[in-house]
Design a protein around this ligand. Sequence first.
Ligand code: PNS
Length: 162
Amino acid sequence: MITAVYPGSFDPATYGHLDIIRRASVSFDRIIVGVLNNSAKSPLFSVEERVNILKEATRDLDNVTIVSFNGLSVNFAREHHAQVIVRGLRAVTDFEYELQMAQTNRVLAPDVDTVFLTTRLEYAYVSSTIMKEVAKFGGDLKSFAPKEIADALVEKIKRDKC
Ligand code: PNS
């Protein structure tokens, strides 16, 4: 039984994240998605909101669990007896950072391997940061995330402006 964790900020989740979760859920027996509770990154959505958004968006996937975590990803992996950390790779620009993270994680925990899934081409440009930027200026979000997530983002930005 291979358990994989998929750690990230997910602020909020995009089609790119959901595609990685869906594909990882086919390749591994169990996926634990870890939403990083990191106030230093000052996320737009609270950790509870980010967890709930992902729970709703993945409710049809029986082997996927969504939880929050603090601290190191490798410790999160070990807590869940995971052998693998999954990360998505969109483009060469992601590679340097992701490689450094994977190598750091390997030094910290040689028993936990990082597996990269390449993002589907149609989502290669999608990121939470870009989606928030588009939302801030009233752009169409339909190519970035499912309607429920897009609506939550628009609502959050509207409230923040008040
Ligand atoms: O979605 P993101 O922001 O690209 O995810 C980054 C994340 C959460 C995977 C990374 O910042 C992380 O693993 N943070 C936890 C702290 C940690 O383990 N750092 C050591 C690896 S460099």
